[in-house]
Ligand binder design. Structure first.
Ligand code: AP5
Length: 216
């Protein structure tokens, strides 16, 4: 099973991916997490990516395509995988089709999370994340049981650099300008599954499971 979680910043892709990993037993390939790890490790990719990410811009396609291409060849992807945050441009979507085709694979469903702008801003302005395992929390609606400590792994829970209000505004604009067209690309191929991503995490999880039902 190969499918993608698609949607604007703060739409809940990471939150749902963590549950899907447990239920489906396939890895989450989050390009945002990979880039943040590269920044933490101080790699050349991390140094380049940081400049774009802190401004709310997309990291160039040339870097992103190479990153995903090597990741999907790892042994843990043999039984399938879930993309989170990739593809984010039509060029990335075309490159993905190509790299999967070479391996005799294809993308099943692209689950598009539908959330309105005001809700997204509320979610991002209060978001907290575990810098170790990536679990998302929210200051008001979902705080960790112990302040500053992840319920899942005990790692430090922090605010993301790119959740500052000015950067959030740019990220939402970037989504509309560069990423939204990816929806049309997949709609035309009949692979787009739109999911109402407002509601409880359990409700949304059920909607996703229904949406990917045909992706096995
Ligand atoms: P990335 O890390 O992928 O960020 P994003 O797509 O902007 O998504 P987010 O992580 O902000 O949100 P999410 O949808 O995962 O929401 P979450 O579950 O955390 O990318 C970061 C940057 O890296 C990009 O800006 C770009 O620079 C670069 N990058 C990454 N991939 C790239 C690519 N392919 N090409 C180029 N550049 C790339 O939830 C958000 C909040 O809402 C949390 O507080 C959560 O608790 C809460 N929440 C979740 N679900 C609900 C719910 N049902 N109800 C209420 N609150 C909820």
């Amino acid at each position: 099973m190969i499918f993608a979680l698609f949607g604007p910043p703060g739409s809940g892709k990471g939150t749902q991916a963590k549950v899907l990993v447990e239920k489906l037993g396939i890895p989450q390939l989050s390009t945002g997490d990979m880039l943040r790890e590269a920044i933490k490790q101080g790699t050349p990719l991390g140094t380049q990516a940081k400049e774009f990410m802190n401004k709310g811009q997309l990291v160039p396609d040339s870097l992103m395509v190479g990153l995903i291409e090597s990741r999907i060849k790892a042994p843990d992807c043999a039984k399938g995988f879930m993309l989170d945050g990739f593809p984010r441009t039509v060029a990335q979507a075309e490159a993905l089709d190509q790299m999967l085709k070479v391996q005799g694979l294809s993308l099943g469903a692209v689950v598009s999370f539908v959330v309105d702008r005001q809700e997204l801003i509320g979610r991002l302005s209060g978001r907290l994340v575990c810098s170790q395992c990536g679990t998302s929390y929210h200051e008001q609606t979902k705080p960790p049981h112990k302040a500053g400590i992840c319920d899942v792994c005990g790692g430090p829970v922090i605010k993301r650099e790119d959740d500052k209000p000015a950067v959030v505004a740019t990220r939402l604009e970037t989504f509309l300008a560069s990423t939204k067209p990816v929806e049309d690309f997949y709609r035309a191929q009949g692979r787009l599954k739109e999911v109402n991503a407002v509601g409880s995490e359990k409700e949304i999880f059920q909607r996703i499971v229904t949406a990917i039902g045909g992706a096995r």
